[in-house]
Write a protein that binds this ligand. Structure first.
Ligand code: PMP
Length: 415
């Protein structure tokens, strides 16, 4: 049977599967079912007696901060527990930096002729969306498997004062799954920058999301920045979106004392305080940091077999053919699949027409443009194991078909 014939058979199956976004599965959400009963009608007082039902408490519930401080490696006094979405905090921190000079800045970013961010790629499309929304020019930098190409990053930031920021997903990066090495963290913290107000947006969304029983072992960017004499360089973000309930979790911000003061003052204009009732129920649900880690082990038990299924099908269907490479992440939510240059959009199109929705090709690149049209993000968390296996078999067939037909065209086999 030709690949075209196999593809016609696949289409005839009428699949309806979705590998697009990294959403927790219903089983994962069930792990936090207890949260829906907490804190309970009679339980609304924080440890210091605060009535969490009322206004106030801008910086978040101290006992929740106490639980997450060691997990995120951020001193309690430098950690804020806020709303439900870290993406919103990232968006607002950029809006604030545009409109109110960050510590050490000669002027507001909006008063600069142009603001530029470095974007390690492939990366998180919503980061790039925030930059687009604010007219921040994005410059891609390649990822290496242990963080961005630091020679390139150092060269760029040393030369151009318009480079004010850089996105980083340092643990189990979205979508490559890589963890920044200690050396990468050290160099990011220590590198000379032409802009005195350069900031690293350290989105530690997957800090706790190990797929093995080893922790990611990420070095502390705040410590590294302080040691290098650049204490205000990093803004750190995290959330429990993929720990408890995506959409009803708690987001965190951590940074130097000066940056935290800067943000607190601006936040006070935006809100009277975060949802402390939600924070209290998270405290009751976890108890302590070990409670969080025990909870993450339950996620791992659901996620690890899914990642193993992806690896199994990719290896069986595409291994040794020289047409695809993929990541084998030890944490996070994604597998990054690389197909021959010029084939990614075609693979996504073929998969769609066979009933398998994939993240659009190019989505992991600034402006949605993958110059080599070669990268596809796979999100295995949501489908059941059976659906996932079926979807991956379909994707693998689409890769083989696209690669074969592309080769025929580019090598002139068919005139
Ligand atoms: N950062 C990264 C790297 C992510 O992958 C995600 C979720 N897909 C988010 C942030 C979103 O986090 P939150 O729900 O806290 O806004």
């Amino acid at each position: 049977m030709t690949l075209r014939e196999e593809y016609a058979e696949l289409q005839a199956k009428g699949l309806k599967l979705d590998l697009t976004r990294g959403k927790p599965s219903p089983e994962q959400l069930d792990l936090s079912a207890g949260l829906l009963e907490l804190p309970g009608a009679a339980d609304f007082r924080a440890a210091d007696g605060t009535d969490t039902r009322n206004y106030g408490g801008l910086t978040g519930l101290p006992e929740l901060i106490e639980i997450f401080s060691p997990l995120l490696g951020i001193p309690q006094g430098q950690l804020l527990a806020l709303g439900n979405a870290s993406l919103q905090i990232m968006h607002d921190v950029i809006a604030n930096a545009l409109l109110s000079a960050v510590p050490g800045a000669p002027r507001r970013w909006v008063d600069e002729g142009e603001v530029v961010f470095l974007c390690p790629t492939p990366g998180y499309d919503r980061h790039f969306g925030v930059c687009e929304r604010f007219g921040i020019r994005m410059v891609p930098v390649a990822l290496t498997g242990h963080g961005p190409d630091m020679d390139e990053v150092e060269r760029l930031v040393a030369a151009d004062p318009r480079i004010k920021g850089m996105w980083c997903v340092p643990a189990y990066s979205n979508p490559t799954g890589e963890v920044y090495s200690a050396e990468t963290v050290r160099r990011l913290a220590a590198m000379p920058t032409a802009a005195p107000d350069f900031r690293i947006f350290w989105d530690n969304a997957y800090a706790l999301h190990d797929l093995t029983d080893r922790r990611a072992g990420l070095a502390s960017i705040l410590d590294a920045c302080a040691e290098a004499g650049n204490p205000d360089r990093a803004f750190v973000f995290a959330s429990t979106s993929k720990v408890t309930l995506a959409g009803s979790g708690v987001a965190f911000f951590g940074s130097s004392p000066a940056n935290v003061e800067w943000l607190k003052k601006l936040m006070a204009k935006q809100t009277i305080g975060p949802d402390k009732v939600n924070q209290l129920r998270h405290v009751r649900f976890f108890g302590d940091a070990d409670g969080v880690l025990a909870h993450m082990a339950k996620h791992r038990a659901l996620l690890a077999p899914r990642f193993a299924a992806v690896e199994h099908v990719l290896e069986r269907e595409l291994g040794g053919r020289g047409i695809a490479r993929w990541t084998r992440p030890e944490g996070g939510y994604f597998v990054s699949l690389e197909v021959p240059d010029g084939c990614a959009a075609e693979v996504v199109r073929l998969a769609k027409e066979a009933g398998v929705a994939l993240t659009p090709a190019g989505a992991a690149f600034p402006y949605g443009h993958d110059p080599r049209d070669h990268q596809i993000r796979l999100a295995p968390s949501y489908p059941t194991l059976t659906e996932l296996t079926e979807a991956m078999e379909a994707v693998a067939l689409c890769v083989r078909l696209a690669a074969e037909e592309h080769k025929v065209v580019t090598e002139g086999g068919v005139q």
